[in-house]
Design a protein around this ligand. Sequence first.
Ligand SMILES: NC(=O)c1ccc[n+]([C@@H]2O[C@H](COP(=O)([O-])OP(=O)(O)OC[C@H]3O[C@@H](n4cnc5c(N)ncnc54)[C@H](O)[C@@H]3O)[C@@H](O)[C@H]2O)c1
Ligand SMILES: O=C(O)[C@H](O)CO
Length: 319
Amino acid sequence: MQQKVVVYRELPDQVLYFLKNKFDVSYFPTLKDENYRDFLVELQTAHGLLGASMNIGQELLNQAPNLKVISNISVGYDNLNIEELKQRNIIATNTPGVLDDTTADTVFGLLLATARRMPELDHYVKAKKWGGTKGEDLFGVDVHHKTLGIIGMGSIGRAVAKRAHFGFDMEILYHNRSRNMEAESKFDATYCSLDELLKKSDFVCLMVPHTPQTEKMIGEREFNLMKDSAIFINGSRGKNVDEEALIKALQKKDILSAGLDVFEIEPVEKDNPLLSMPHVVTLPHIGSATAETRAKMAMLAAENMAIALEGKTPPNLIR
Ligand SMILES: NC(=O)c1ccc[n+]([C@@H]2O[C@H](COP(=O)([O-])OP(=O)(O)OC[C@H]3O[C@@H](n4cnc5c(N)ncnc54)[C@H](O)[C@@H]3O)[C@@H](O)[C@H]2O)c1
Ligand SMILES: O=C(O)[C@H](O)CO
């Protein structure tokens, strides 16, 4: 009998074709209130679940008694409780590597856009305010030759460092769980304590996973340590930051501005004060979202699923 895979994300045709060749596929390109019941019914007989970012807790797992594999189309897996999955003999996989450059492009783009106030200036031009001379009130700050502090020198952190070092002559400081020799030798990055990084950096870029240890790791104390001229960039997870403290730091001008791809609550709440700060640049958690990279992530997730359901160890097993 064919094994069943439930998919809860829209997939490129070739990925769907690949899965359908091997499995009985129940496909939910989007999950809404209207089809959630059907999704739960399909889950009852599913061996695999493939998608991205849905929080998969006990309640959902109780609806999936035959589940053996969860394949995330993302590198982050804070939507899963790995210990709980282990107890249930369910294995999980993610999609590292294939999104590094695309995500680093977004993060660096966010850094540039925030430093040079590009969204604000775009509004200024389109609002037909561009008359005569442009005064200092429209100026941004330089990125090149400044100091970039990267917290989390993993795959994406290194791709950000590469851009900063080779493209912008930046000095790179980093803080990580352990020293990263590749970053030190290739990008001249200097390892330092979190506090030292916060005090010395012109740009602070957060690239750690969301775990119990990183939850709200950047809060009031950390914003106070940053320079008044610092620009904070978060390309990781919103929950790694105390968002209330970030809002206060921006309001009190303890830091200059922020570029954010991620928020504590997503989609971001409509009354979030960050949305009414013109100098704060916001993106809708879109770091890896190009058609090419999302297709690669989806195919890698499908391959992980296929290998795992064959009873073999998938390349991106989360341990
Ligand atoms: N914005 C987006 O669309 C987007 C895209 C991809 C990834 N992400 C996020 O970025 C994260 C990092 O991705 P990656 O592929 O570089 O992962 P990675 O595992 O290669 O790197 C993470 C790094 O963080 C370090 N780290 C972990 N906990 C730490 C701590 N408490 N203190 C200091 N350093 C710590 C690790 O040592 C590692 O070097 C993902 O987990 C995900 O949450 C966001
Ligand atoms: O973790 C990831 O891969 C990104 O945040 C996309 O969800």
